[in-house]
Write a protein that binds this ligand. Structure first.
Ligand SMILES: Nc1nc2c(ncn2[C@@H]2O[C@H](COP(=O)(O)OP(=O)(O)OP(=O)(O)O)[C@@H](O)[C@H]2O)c(=O)[nH]1
Ligand SMILES: [Mg+2]
Length: 459
């Protein structure tokens, strides 16, 4: 019996998007699922049918046929929620769907709250919390990369790692607590050297997970790329070429772009938000253009990646001075030399050979654009991230991991300062609490309600 939602009740919701479609799927879950369905589907007794079977027939409200439907039967615990579940596939008319839902409600079901199916799956131990949240991410994923990370989390990659670390910590915590019982005798059950090593390992993994959040965020929300450079460098041309579109105005008059323009492209499954900016000139007399330039500098500082675009006839010293600016601001950057179609490539390769993060292109003639696209992806992924690695995409996990890190530092300090066992035990409990919070071993009702309320209805 569920303490949290009183799940004696049977819930119902449309699982497919509302509106007209080829078919619609309505999901019923709970103890009365088969009773309710039996009343509407008179042709056979569904409760006598084996689980995981399909049944075609008329769905009726009294004598009136509502629709010809296909029912998919899942008997608990072998179902998504762990309860008895029936999915009704009907014709995709909003009218029919509403009729079916109303009929089920009349027979005793109630409308599900957002995420309530997944919440029940969690409460029945079908998913842990990190997996349940990944379901929401999976539904929201709109690129190949975000799809992969969400899928990886559902398969439990992330939780597995944390669970293993948590269990090892629990073992130590038990030993330390045991020492407390024998405090008169001054014994140490927990080997301090081994404990140090565990804490170091935990700190390493936690740090990695925390760092992955930035990347996780990028995969989920897209990478902002500011294209900056002097007037006439070809920034708007580059934007257009990357977009395969004539989105921004291009002209040979310096200062053509006055404001910033944003467009989204997908490269290798990662969304890049390209931002074309006003050309940056040291002394601009034109007030309007200056306002645009201010905005360019602003955009540059906020960007996940800065492309500094320059004309390959610019001096090496000038590019160097831009590079040091970007390094000083700790920005991810690429130096992109443009217009190699005019000046010939080999010579300029030598001229700029000192720069590591360099690509030479022609935006107008579309030369080496593939190289640029690759370098953009590499710079973001920094070559190190495969989707097999665990990536944090969830702000709740991130904050819990920060707390884990804080308590690990406290534990380490405690060990260094030979803190008595009871104080050490306190820090360990703190750490365990936050680790458990991520996988849902430790939860409270408000938190659960909050998490599941972000799901869509019917999931
Ligand atoms: N030959 C050649 N010309 C280019 C190339 N890329 C851009 N241009 C030309 O350079 C001029 C300036 O291009 P824009 O894209 O407007 O330059 P911008 O950096 O956006 O300039 P502002 O908006 O004024 O800051 C135009 O005449 C382009 O056709 C290139 O790869 N080769
Ligand atoms: Mg422009």
């Amino acid at each position: 019996m569920n303490k949290l939602t009183g799940w004696d009740d049977t819930i119902i919701a449309l699982a497919t998007p509302p509106g007209i479609g080829a078919i619609g799927v309505i999901r019923l879950s709970g103890t009365k699922t088969f009773d309710i369905a039996n009343e509407l589907f008179p042709s056979r007794d569904l409760s006598l049918q084996p689980s995981q079977t399909l049944h075609i027939g008329f769905l009726k409200n009294g004598d009136a046929i509502i629709d010809e439907v296909v029912l998919s039967l899942f008997k608990g615990p072998k179902s998504y929620t762990g309860e008895d579940v029936i999915e009704i596939s009907c014709h995709g008319s909003p009218f029919i769907q509403q009729q079916i839902i109303n009929a089920c409600i009349a027979k005793g079901a109630r409308l599900a709250k957002p995420g309530e199916f997944t919440q029940r799956a969690f409460l029945n131990g079908k998913l842990d919390l990190a997996q349940a949240e990944a379901v929401a991410d999976l539904i929201a994923s709109n690129t190949a990369a975000s799809h992969k990370t969400a899928l990886h989390a559902i398969r439990g990659g992330f939780s597995e790692k944390l669970k293993e670390l948590r269990e090892r910590l629990i073992r130590f915590s038990a030993l330390i607590e045991l020492e407390l019982d024998f405090s008169q005798e001054d014994v140490e059950f927990a080997d301090r050297a081994q404990f140090y090593q565990l804490i170091a390992e935990l700190t390493g993994s936690t740090g990695q997970l925390i760092n992955s959040f930035q990347l996780g965020n990028v995969i989920r929300n897209g990478v902002s790329v500011a294209i900056i450079g002097k007037p006439n460098a070809g920034k708007s041309t580059l934007l257009n070429t990357l977009l395969n579109d004539n989105r921004a105005i291009v002209s040979d008059i310096p200062g053509t772009t006055r404001d910033t323009i944003e467009e989204i492209i997908n490269i290798d499954g990662i969304l890049f938000r390209l931002i074309d900016t006003a050309g940056i000139r040291q002394h601009s007399g034109d007030v309007l253009e200056s306002a645009g330039i201010e905005r360019s500098l602003e955009k540059m500082k906020q960007a996940d990646l800065v492309i500094y675009l320059f004309d390959v006839k610019d001096t090496q010293a000038e590019v160097e001075s831009w590079k040091s600016k970007l390094v000083k601001e700790q920005l991810n950057y690429l130096l992109v030399g443009n217009k190699i179609d005019v000046y010939g490539e080999v010579e300029y390769n030598n001229k700029f050979a000192v720069f590591e993060k360099l690509v030479l292109i022609s935006a107008k003639k579309q030369l080496h654009m593939e190289v640029l696209r690759e370098r953009m992806v590499d710079t973001i992924l920094q070559g190190s991230v495969q989707t097999e690695n665990t990536i944090i995409t969830n702000a709740r996990h991130y904050h819990a991991l920060k707390e884990v890190m804080r308590s690990l530092i406290d534990i380490k300090n405690g060990l260094d300062n030979k803190l008595p066992g009871d104080l050490l035990a306190l820090d360990i409990r703190h750490c365990l609490f936050y680790l458990g919070e991520i996988t849902g071993e430790i939860t409270n009702e408000d938190q659960l309600d909050y998490i599941f309320s972000k799901f869509c209805i019917g999931k």
